[in-house]
Design a protein around this ligand. Sequence first.
Ligand code: C5P
Length: 397
Amino acid sequence: MTGIMKQTDTKSIVLGITGGIAAYKAAELVRLLIKQGMEVQVAMTEAACHFISATTMQALSGKPVLTSQWDENENGMAHINLSRQADAIVIAPATADFIAKLAHGMADDLLSAMCLARDCPLLVAPAMNRQMWERAATQRNISLLKADGVGILGPDSGLQACGEEGMGRMLEAAELALGIASCLHPKQMQGVKVLMTAGPTYEPIDAVRGITNRSSGKMGYAVAQAALNLGAEVTLVSGPVALQPPAGATVVRIETAQQMFDAVQARASDCDIFIGVAAVADYRVAHASAQKIKKDGQGMTLELVPNPDILAYVASLPKPPFCVGFAAESENLRDYAERKRRAKKLPLLAANLAQEAIGSEHNQLILFDEAGEHPLPRSGKQQQAQALLQHIIKLRG
Ligand code: C5P
């Protein structure tokens, strides 16, 4: 046999770039996908070429870029040939206009024709101004794509090129690269039952006041979403947060640490993996008042009693699931985290600096296991969650 044999696990991606300012992020995306061992064929719409040059994309991908359906070398069949070879087509950035075309099966240029003629999964990374994103027409088109089985990556919220702030920013290249990788290996956690906690707890002092913390639940919800993406069955025991629960998860809403403990205790024997992401209050008020406490101008002392340690309880069950802890520290991160992992008898603990993680969209976890520590590069919480789950999968064999 002559020629270079293609490794069977090498994934071929068609990266479609449409005409938005986020096209510059596609350059970094190509680099990251190739670093993950993928082959990337870039196809650009005419509008995309106004934002980033085909020469740049050709240099990064190592392949001629497709821009026209009238290329003589392809015999007019690029849309069929390429879709047969690809493991996935990824559109990043996907403009509102291109999303509308996809939703309605239009095929008036090479890229839309390739999407229509494809034989592989299609992933779309929307990128547009927030009002274009919020417009009913766009939301309708996104619903149509979802119903057709198209994967939607993002968008994110934040500062936009137009100077406005809101939903519609394309995910960062690193987040997209991980999202693409997990879509290409979707069944890694099929049949695996994941029980997890997320968010803060709320410990009442009286009828209207309580003790809580600044956990937003974003990290825990990202872990739940990432596990769902990999095919896991997810039960999420969540403290009070302002987040939309990930579709497909069984959500148990609680307020206090004791309620979280009860909910976990009832389910701990029926799970394969337990992940404690919640920022559980260590103490509760010994005698919470059923009525609002009236001030009397004097000082006041609250008696606090310790809450049960939910994670330590699960990890010490006779047949514990694979237990993963989180540690948010404000100093001595490495030292405290590894001590905590050993004290709670955990095979894996993810540590982060509280001041950098709590409430933030981003995070930088350091994973501690028996082999040592594994720092992750700083990125969005979804990407951190995906990397954490890949580590769990590796440790569980
Ligand atoms: O001891 P510390 O609170 O720092 O440990 C953090 C880890 O333990 C997190 O995974 C958290 O969800 C879990 N935890 C718990 N129950 C508690 C306190 C912490 O499950 N009462």
